[in-house]
Design a protein around this ligand. Structure first.
Ligand SMILES: O=c1ccn([C@@H]2O[C@H](COP(=O)(O)O)[C@@H](O)[C@H]2O)c(=O)[nH]1
Length: 237
């Protein structure tokens, strides 16, 4: 079964999602990502609606707050029945444990979503991390540190650049999920991303999931762009 790239639905409203999805055959089940832009404007109903169309949903809200708040928020979000959701590892081990507890408690039928933690955003360079976060280490060491914390807290994996996936697996375990945004086909505009990798490169570097936004959502032919990325990700070209 070919793996689906996760499409980042970074749009402001449902109308724009409808017109974007019109580019795809209605019977094609997609794996989509709902992030802050869409969720904050359309609310939880947007998730229910996407699921009713047969799509799997990664809810990318990157929670980061005190443990009690995150645990309660996750208890509520679990009821939406998404496939995967996330927190920031910088929130700490107690917060991540709370998030996991909330998800378990809130899940309908005991089927909890996968929980992963953001290590360092793919828009962060090593220089920015050192100057702005005051971390006097390499970016790779920081990512490994956050990945180990996430594993200790019992999470299923992390969000990272594909550039770090192999190293993370060496320091955690081979089945620890590495979900990788910052994916750019050769020649595509990089935009605000810093640590970018091609779909084929992500595969070679052992990423488990790729997340792709603008290279698909802003393409003249989104379905063609999606299919090309999917083929490259599955090693079919
Ligand atoms: O480290 C991270 C974590 C999340 N993202 C999200 O992925 C997509 C990427 O979109 P592109 O248009 O392909 O750049 C976007 O929704 C981000 O919020 C990330 O890029 N990096």
């Amino acid at each position: 079964m070919p793996q689906r790239p996760i499409i980042a639905l970074d749009f402001p409203n449902k109308e724009e999602i409808i017109s974007f999805l019109n580019h795809f055959p209605s019977e094609e089940s997609l794996y989509v990502k709902v992030g802050m832009e869409l969720f904050y404007q359309e609310g939880p109903e947007i998730v229910t609606w996407l699921k009713s169309l047969g799509h799997d949903v990664f809810l990318d809200l990157k929670l980061h707050d005190i443990p009690n708040t995150v645990e309660s928020a996750m208890r509520g979000l679990a009821k939406l029945g998404v496939s995967m959701t996330n927190v920031h590892a910088a929130g700490g081990i107690n917060m991540m444990e709370g998030a996991l507890r909330g998800l378990k408690e809130g899940s309908v039928d005991g089927n909890r979503p996968l929980l992963i933690a953001v290590t360092q955003l793919t828009s962060t360079s090593e220089e920015a991390m050192q100057h702005e976060q005051g971390l006097m280490m390499t970016l790779e060491d920081s990512v490994i540190h956050y990945a180990k914390m996430s594993q200790i807290a019992g999470l299923d994996g992390v969000v990272c650049s594909a550039l770090e996936a192999n190293t993370i697996k060496k320091h955690t375990s081979t089945d620890f999920i590495c979900l990788t945004p910052g994916i750019r086909p050769l020649g595509a505009a990089v935009g605000d991303q810093q640590r970018v990798v091609t779909p084929g490169g992500a595969r070679d570097l052992s990423a488990n999931f790729i997340v792709v936004g603008r290279p698909i959502t802003r393409a003249n032919n989104p379905y063609q762009a999606y299919q090309e990325i999917k083929k490259e990700w599955n090693g079919e070209v």
